[in-house]
Design a protein around this ligand. Structure first.
Ligand SMILES: [Zn+2]
Length: 305
């Protein structure tokens, strides 16, 4: 028999009950946060976001601190110390958003509006339901960051309210870290953590920043993927080469690129094995050159390896 963990877990039940009873108040707090522009490069508004989040945390009788390095956007941190706890769980989210073009928006991105359906399905703007009235689950709140990733911040703080209201005792110490330049490649995150290690020490971090499955199934995923970008320049003949003279032996950039890309993944989709520099050297030493300075083919034995 499949047991729904959300119904078996008293904390999850308490969270659901709290949310159902306080939908309008939760959304009001969310709307106020969404109304502060959050493009990572907009320093004054980024600061306003950080200060508002600090106030939201302090309203829960916790202490909030803004930490940053010169030139960096503040990370809002806070902690809950639980007597007797032997572990610390970190919860991460980011409050900044990607750059945008307001002309591409159906309504101003920092003026949150509720629609009865998605815009692409002809959704119309509707007023927020009155306090005590339930929201239609099909309605959508439109604003930059309403999903990625201010929703996580409001969800976490709301969960705290629900846990406290239900009188559920924490088992772990909790840390919060709300970053302000995730959408700008988190360029100062590593440095900020290195300079403030005690504020970020935890046994595990939950990164609350990811899409929900299309089935709406709630999920917990181990590991977080990053992204790496690079440019590849391929060189080839500067002019057209006669196929009868050069065909099949002159280097073909398109073919070399295809070979390079296909070498990065196995047929099952896994990243190809990375060869250690030592191993690579043993296969073909780059130091081995002919007297002309050009690599020999095959390479001669190198005197340095
Ligand atoms: Zn995100």
């Amino acid at each position: 028999m499949r047991i729904d963990a959300r119904l078996a877990n008293p904390a999850a039940l308490a969270a659901r009950q709290w949310r159902q009873q306080h939908e309008r108040a939760i959304v009001d707090e969310f709307v106020a946060l969404l109304a502060v522009p959050n493009v990572s490069s907009d320093k004054p508004n980024i600061q306003r976001n950080a200060e508002l989040i600090a106030k939201m945390i302090e309203a829960r009788n916790l202490t909030a601190t803004l930490v940053s390095v010169p030139g960096g956007n503040p990370i809002v941190v806070s902690e809950i110390r639980t007597p007797g706890a032997t572990r610390t769980i970190g919860l991460y989210a980011h409050y900044d958003g990607q750059p945008l073009d307001p002309k591409e928006w159906a309504s101003p991105p920092f003026e949150p509006v509720l629609r009865d359906r998605p815009v692409e399905d002809g959704g119309r703007t509707i007023p927020l339901p009155a306090a005590g009235t339930r929201f239609d689950p099909q309605s959508r709140l439109y604003a930059r960051g309403s999903g990625d990733d201010k929703a996580s911040i409001v969800a976490m703080l709301t969960a705290l309210d629900a846990i406290e209201a239900a009188g559920i005792a924490m088992k772990s110490n909790i840390r919060f870290a709300f970053e302000g330049e995730e959408e700008a490649n988190s360029v100062n995150l590593e440095k900020t953590i290195a300079e403030n290690k005690s504020l970020f020490a935890a046994d595990a971090w939950l990164i609350c920043d990811g899409p929900v499955y299309q089935t709406r199934q709630q999920s917990l995923i181990f590991g977080a993927r990053g992204v790496m970008a690079f440019e590849v320049t391929l060189y080839g003949a500067r002019t057209e080469l006669h196929s009868g003279h050069y065909g099949n032996w002159a280097p073909n950039p398109a073919l070399e690129l295809a070979r390079l890309l296909s070498s990065m993944k196995t047929d099952s989709g896994r990243s190809s094995e990375r060869r250690s520099p030592t191993r690579r050297r043993s296969r073909r030493c780059s130091s081995a050159t002919s007297g002309s300075g050009r690599p020999t083919n095959p390479p001669s034995r190198c005197t340095t390896c």
